[in-house]
Design a protein around this ligand. Structure first.
Ligand SMILES: C[S@@+](CC[C@H](N)C(=O)[O-])C[C@H]1O[C@@H](n2cnc3c(N)ncnc32)[C@H](O)[C@@H]1O
Length: 240
């Protein structure tokens, strides 16, 4: 596109996408089958309005759809997809070398109920599913964007919450985790009062117990190493 493209406010940093040789190999081997192409509307991470993909055809079976936004190198995604053999798992990640590392893990572990979209997951969740089609959402260790002038870049926002209430099925769960106290509080401030979702652990102070299926990733380890507390949260989409 030669015209200047409209740059949206996004929750990630655009980085150069050089892959190492092993990432390159994994990308060449698995991206044709496990990376789902989408139509863009300008930037390489955007998602245009388009027909909803036929997920059952893409996975080769009909199954509940679980979505992760910001899967990084797949440290939680791959084992968590392996632990959910009954689900089709769709992950959004914008950084291609991280996607390649995920594909490599996926191949090594023989996990096949997993597909990746290289795109902004906030736009993807809104656009690439029918309302109510998603049965669970994971957002773990999203970039914290500490400065107040950057808060508008935080993934967890009223806009994403509105998308969640529309695209997740009634009763579906949204699992979140962060190692940043200020982001954890922000998630509570945005989501606790948000119409259409309820904090599953409201009666016990609002924080969720550590999600048993969530493995310890490098982000969590780094946070723990410098003495930060990890906060898990779980919200349920209420009947419409
Ligand atoms: C701090 S890492 C955490 C990765 C992973 N969840 C984990 O716990 O190991 C955050 C990742 O989210 C990705 N990301 C942030 N916002 C995103 C968005 N809107 N859509 C897709 N990926 C996003 C970033 O590129 C980065 O790889």
């Amino acid at each position: 596109m030669s015209e200047r493209v409209h740059r949206e406010i996004v929750s990630f940093v655009r980085r150069s996408a050089r892959m190492n040789p092993s990432q390159q190999r994994a990308w060449e081997r698995y991206s044709p089958t496990h990376v789902v192409p989408v139509e863009r509307r300008g930037t390489s991470t955007s998602v245009a309005e388009q027909p909803v993909p036929d997920w059952a055809a893409i996975f080769g079976r009909e199954a509940p759809l679980v979505v992760e936004i910001g899967s990084g190198t797949g440290d939680s995604l791959v084992p968590m997809a392996a632990g959910r053999a009954e689900a089709n798992v769709v992950a959004f990640e914008v950084f291609e070398p991280a996607v390649a590392s995920t594909l490599s893990k996926m191949g090594r572990e023989g996990v096949d109920n997993l597909r990746i979209v290289v795109a902004d997951g906030a736009q993807g969740l809104a656009t690439l599913f029918h309302p109510g089609q998603v049965s669970e959402l994971w957002t773990f260790f999203a970039d914290p964007w500490h400065k107040s002038r950057h808060h508008k870049r935080r993934l967890v926002s009223p806009e994403l919450a509105a998308t969640v209430t529309r695209q997740l099925a009634p009763g579906a769960l949204w699992h979140l985790a962060t190692d940043w106290e200020d982001y954890a509080q922000w998630m509570r401030e945005v989501l606790d009062p948000f119409p259409g979702v309820e904090n599953v652990h409201a009666a016990e102070g609002g924080w969720a117990p550590r999600l048993a299926a969530r493995p310890l990733t490098k982000y969590e380890r780094r946070g723990l190493d410098v003495g930060r507390e990890i906060h898990d949260l779980t919200y349920r989409v209420m009947p419409r």
